[in-house]
Design a binder for this molecule. Structure first.
Ligand code: 5GP
Ligand code: ZN
Length: 113
């Protein structure tokens, strides 16, 4: 069993509501949703956060961002969505495996708190 909860989810070692996966990424419903649609997209490769990415991850990061529109469609989002990545303590990153929050089906305000 992996020490990292998101690696454990990607390895199917602990259950989660996976909505999409392939060889590079896994997308699943957030345990504490902040919007009617709230999913997390993670790379299957363990990367703690954006401070830890390197040039080797360039293709993977591009792949993730390009997949966001497919996930939004898959989740039935039709009128915009928010993509968030919390990095480090000031951003209150709680799980140290890089992830994109994809939130939709409600109105969001800006700037965030
Ligand atoms: P962060 O605060 O690190 O940006 O976000 C971590 C997110 O992971 C939170 O929104 C939290 O609800 C979610 N989360 C934490 N543990 C689990 C889990 O075991 N399963 C799922 N599906 N989501 C989790
Ligand atoms: Zn991990």
């Amino acid at each position: 069993m992996s020490d990292c909860i998101f690696c454990a989810i990607a390895n199917h070692e602990i259950p989660s509501e996976i909505v999409y996966e392939d060889d590079k990424i896994c997308v699943y419903k957030d345990l504490a949703p902040q919007a009617p649609v709230h999913v997390l997209m993670i790379p299957k490769k363990h990367i703690a956060n954006l401070d830890d990415v390197t040039a080797d991850d360039q293709e993977l990061l591009g792949y993730m961002l390009l997949k966001v529109q497919d996930i939004a469609k898959l989740m039935g989002i039709e009128n915009g969505y928010r993509v968030v990545s919390n990095n480090g303590d000031d951003a209150e990153q709680t799980v140290k495996h890089m992830h994109l929050h994809i939130l939709g089906k409600r109105k969001f305000t800006w700037p965030p708190g």
